[in-house]
Design a protein around this ligand. Structure first.
Ligand code: URA
Length: 434
């Protein structure tokens, strides 16, 4: 295979064959094709898109870059959820233990922060000791013992996605429907699940800014999943302002745990309950979403969901005390308050800008090899529709590096619009379902 020619053909709009795609991704996973050539092909895909046949071959090659799991020996339905990425989206953290407590097994393979969005793995790693780099044997053991497992792409499972994901994050090639679809679906199909709930984020803080592209992304992933024999439900959810009040790894983990205690912001609780409920419906635990939500609430109230979280954190080497005392999670010691410039009503909190301000604070990566500051992030004091007085706090910014506060503060200020007259809260969180 001549890689330069292959890149040129894709750049010029030709359709790549399945063999070419397999050879390319195989070569990349084995370290035979350098990042600069892969980056060039990703950019060509970004602009040219992929045919259905290309996308199927690409997804298949990503799955085959590692092992696929056979979960048939484990009793019960195996159902997962994946979000296309947002700001303040910590839904997976409470969702997985609630679903497990309700009788669904959740073998969850997640990603790290991507672009301006946060990633479940970075959030989980803010728990001291928590190990998300689990190999196949440990993955199966934790899943068997606790009903859920939180893991990342590894040398075993979807290694091609692990490498591509990090490369896309720093080469401006994230917001591509075929690249997002194949990234998500390869991880999910490698898990050996029976069903998948997709949370397709729409709006400023999402990769899909408008409804039409979000629908196309949903349909693309549904086609890939159902074509391979799993049940897929897509829920389109609003991502114009951050979800909940916390943005950043440690504070989001704390807020996610709050939901397991029956607390937490209303929009976050709604998203968690709705998406978990669909997992139960896909798994046949309940026949309808309302009945499934009632069961989730029962498991939260009874403490079973919290107990699952304690068990999975401990099983993955983490300090399970954080589950009962989320205050133990890291929160940056350098702080600054963003104050309302005038009295009025919060009319906009642009999620993309907040996500970028969190990266300024150290919560995300500028280069693939960068680490993240688990204590960096923001805590919002008011959401869209709230009344604020001049000088009152809109948000607290946190970082482990005091020098990062001023630029982040300036950026975060640009996320807000204050209206002199009352503002209706945003439309419903759940936009539509496919
Ligand atoms: N989540 C993923 O796992 N991959 C993407 O490309 C985007 C969101």
């Amino acid at each position: 295979m001549n890689v330069a020619q292959l890149i040129g053909r894709k750049r010029d709009g030709a359709e790549l064959s399945g063999d070419e795609i397999r050879a390319f991704l195989g070569g990349y996973t084995r370290g035979e094709i350098p990042d600069y050539q892969v980056s060039a092909l990703l950019m060509a895909v970004f602009f040219r898109g992929m045919s259905d046949a290309e996308l199927d071959a690409w997804t298949d090659a990503m799955i085959r870059s590692g092992v696929t799991l056979d979960l048939s020996a484990l009793p019960g339905p195996k159902i997962d959820k994946h979000s296309t990425g947002g700001v303040g989206d910590k839904v997976s953290l409470p969702l997985a233990p609630i679903a497990a407590a309700c009788g669904v097994r959740v073998p969850m393979i997640s990603g790290r922060g991507l672009g301006h969005t946060g990633g479940t793995l970075d959030k989980l790693e803010s728990i001291p000791g928590m190990d998300v780099k689990v190999d196949k044997a440990r993955f199966l053991r934790v899943l068997d013992d606790t009903g859920l497992v939180f893991a990342g792409q590894t040398a075993d499972i979807c290694p091609a996605d692990r490498k591509l994901y990090a490369l896309r994050d720093v080469t401006g090639t994230v917001e591509s429907i075929p690249l997002i679809s194949s990234s998500i679906m390869s991880k999910k199909l490698a898990e050996g699940i029976d069903g998948l709930v997709l949370d397709i984020k729409v709006g400023s803080g999402a990769f899909m800014k408008d409804l039409e592209r979000a629908r196309l992304l949903a349909r693309t992933m549904i086609r890939i999943g159902t074509g391979r024999g799993i049940k897929v439900k897509a829920v389109l959810t609003r991502m114009e302002q951050p979800l909940g009040l916390a943005c950043g790894n440690g504070v989001e983990t704390a807020e996610g745990i709050e939901v397991l205690h029956g607390r937490g912001p209303e929009d976050l609780r709604e998203a968690v309950l709705h998406l978990t409920a669909w997992m139960l419906v896909l798994g046949g635990v309940r026949g309808d979403v309302e009945g499934a939500k009632a069961l989730c609430l029962e498991k939260i109230r009874g403490g079973e969901a919290l107990d699952r979280m304690r068990r999975v954190v401990a099983a993955q080497g983490g300090d399970a005390r954080v589950v009962d005392d989320p205050g133990l999670l890291p929160a940056g010691k350098h702080r600054a308050t963003l104050a309302a410039p005038e009295s009025g009503w919060v009319a906009r909190i642009d999620a993309f800008t907040i996500g970028m301000a969190c990266i300024d604070l150290g919560a995300g990566r500028a280069r693939a090899e960068d680490g993240v500051d688990p204590g960096a992030g923001m805590l919002l004091a008011a959401k869209v529709g709230a009344r604020v007085e001049k000088g009152a706090p809109l948000a607290t910014l946190m970082s482990g590096d005091g020098a990062r506060l001023a630029p982040a503060l300036a950026r975060a200020a640009g996320a807000y619009a204050i209206s002199p007259s009352p503002v209706a809260p945003e439309g419903s969180l759940i936009i539509e379902e496919l």
